[in-house]
Design a protein. Structure first.
Length: 498
């Protein structure tokens, strides 16, 4: 099968969160299974042109008021040769930042920047003389490609191409002014907003949800949740309407990157289930490096996250009400926090860092430290308001750092709650999210750590054996592709209407 992944993030070229990991791991696995997979993404400013190869042809992409010209560069995913193509456009991508100059601010011209990516996907395929069986879009930045496929391209070379949209996070929809709709419309269709408009604004994700032939999201539990008002961000009605085309497929982990036995960032203290001693050494070094008291007896809780509301940061870190200050004051515990995001939260964490001897905060994005925290922590805290899948807890299970997580989305599908009577489980789950509950949950975890250490040891062993393989997830994606392709076979392009 020929599959084009159109995405705004791909590890290791550009990453702000789990989407980047999924885009590369899924592509790699599909290629390993024998499919012709290619990835298209923007060449952001930080991706050095010198590390890529420039193609001779340029692309002319129609964008609302005229044609934009982009160069195309190419490279591969490290190790396994999945081709990655980059759209290069100085005005739209030649600046620092993927979505904005700061993690909590979007660029004003994001509608044009990502419409260029979505429109560019079709021109790019024409340039290669390579018409894919599947165009697989991820989240709002490439969702319009599903819209454009149905609205314009099915009448052209793409009559047999399936449009698949994966929702990694419904909380980000790509909402812009209606004036920006021109980037996705044809000249002759300027007054037709059907499919593009939602609640008086242009909504990229909605356009994708309406037009994708198949929709997936990244865990079975989240697939059910987003059809309900509490988690639907206004689109639950539409998703319920499309429920029969919506499939929840759990993400996997790429264990060639995330395995304590081989993780290059942990060397020389790599460890495994049968030889766990290295974990204690990593913990010791982590404590020393972050300026925490070096003490193996005190449990270390790692938090590696984007600092945004979704992740429960208000309940945890907010000045005065947040639970963290009281937890650190009252309990014999340590925290290692790594993250960037909303400015108030970064500032508050720096403040807590200077006031509390048992909390260390690293501001910013740091791949190496994220691995080291997974390796050196005893627990990984994820009090998410919602969590489509979550990769941090999947990695932390492999590293024997037990998740403490809210029972939502993919966290429910990957973590087995501690059963005190049996002394089993892989983590600690709770339902309500409030500072009070967080305080109680940490109390429960501390009680288990100090009074039932044998349970912790057993849970760690069970956790480290858990595997969430991309092979299984990629098979499920192939199932969705096949189902969709059978469906559109019977539909003549002329009958497709939006
Ligand atoms: P999300 O995609 O919502 O951010 P996930 O748990 O799926 O959540 O994925 C988060 C990914 O981003 C993990 O690989 C995690 O290690 C990484 N990550 C998040 N914040 C940072 C950071 N500040 N530095 C390094 N890695 C980070
Ligand atoms: C999103 C979600 C996260 C998921 C990731 C990869 O950013 O917030 O839960 O794991 O995408 O699918």
């Amino acid at each position: 099968m020929r599959i084009l992944m159109v995405t705004s993030e791909v590890f290791p070229f550009a990453k702000t969160g789990g989407l980047a990991d999924v885009a590369s791991a899924l592509s790699r696995e599909l290629k390993r299974m024998g499919h012709d997979v290619r990835i298209l993404m923007p060449r952001y400013y930080h991706i050095d042109r010198a590390s890529l190869r420039k193609r001779d042809e340029a692309l002319g992409i129609w964008l609302g008021r005229g044609e934009e010209w982009t160069a195309v560069y190419e490279s591969e995913l490290p190790g396994d040769g999945v081709p990655v193509y980059f759209l290069d456009h100085e005005r739209y991508y030649g600046r620092d930042g993927i979505y904005g100059a700061r993690p909590d601010e979007g660029f004003k011209d994001n509608a044009a920047r990502f419409a260029l990516l979505s429109r560019g996907a079709f021109q790019f395929c024409r340039m290669l003389h390579w018409i894919p069986d599947v165009i697989h879009c991820h989240d709002w930045p490439s969702a319009p490609a599903c819209y454009l496929l149905k609205k314009e391209e099915r009448w052209r070379e793409f009559g047999k191409t399936l449009g698949v949209l994966t929702i990694h996070n419904l909380g980000y929809q790509g909402v812009f002014s209606l004036e920006d709709a021109l980037y996705l419309q044809r000249e002759s269709d300027r007054f037709n907003l059907s499919g593009l408009e939602f609640a008086g604004a242009l909504n990229f994700l909605k356009a994708g949800i309406i037009c994708a032939d198949e929709i997936t999201t990244v865990s079975p539990t989240y697939a059910g949740e987003i059809c309900r008002p509490e988690y639907g961000f206004g689109l639950d009605g539409l998703l319920t309407y499309r429920r029969s085309d919506l499939t929840g497929i759990l993400n996997g982990a790429d264990y060639s990157d995330w395995n304590p036995e081989t993780d290059r960032f942990l060397a020389p203290d790599n460890y495994s289930l049968d030889s766990i001693a290295g974990k204690a050494r990593v913990k010791k070094k982590l404590q020393a490096r972050l300026g925490l008291p070096v003490d193996s007896k005190v449990p270390l809780v790692g938090v590696v996250t984007r600092l945004v509301e979704q992740k429960g940061v208000v309940e945890l870190f907010a000045p005065v009400q947040g639970a963290l200050y009281s937890i650190c004051r009252d309990m014999a515990v340590q925290f290692a926090v790594l993250g960037s995001g909303e400015k108030w939260c970064e500032d508050e964490l720096e403040h807590l860092n200077s006031r509390l001897g048992n909390l260390a905060y690293y501001r910013g994005y740091n791949e190496e430290l994220s691995h080291y925290i997974q390796g050196g922590s005893d627990f990984c805290l994820m009090p998410s308001r919602y969590e489509p899948c979550g990769l941090s807890q999947i990695y932390s299970l492999a590293y024997g750092s037990l998740p403490i997580a809210r029972a939502t989305g993919g966290l429910v599908d990957t973590v087995e709650n501690y059963d005190q009577s049996a002394g089993r489980g892989t983590g600690f789950l709770f339902n309500d999210l409030s500072p009070h509950v967080l305080y109680q949950v940490l109390g429960w975890v501390m009680d288990t750590w100090y009074n039932r250490r044998d349970h912790i040891r057993r849970m760690r062993r069970i956790a480290m054996k858990k595997r969430f393989l991309w092979e299984t997830s990629a098979q499920a994606y192939l199932g969705v592709y096949e189902k969709g392709l059978t469906k559109i076979k019977g539909t003549s392009p002329g009958r497709v209407r939006v």
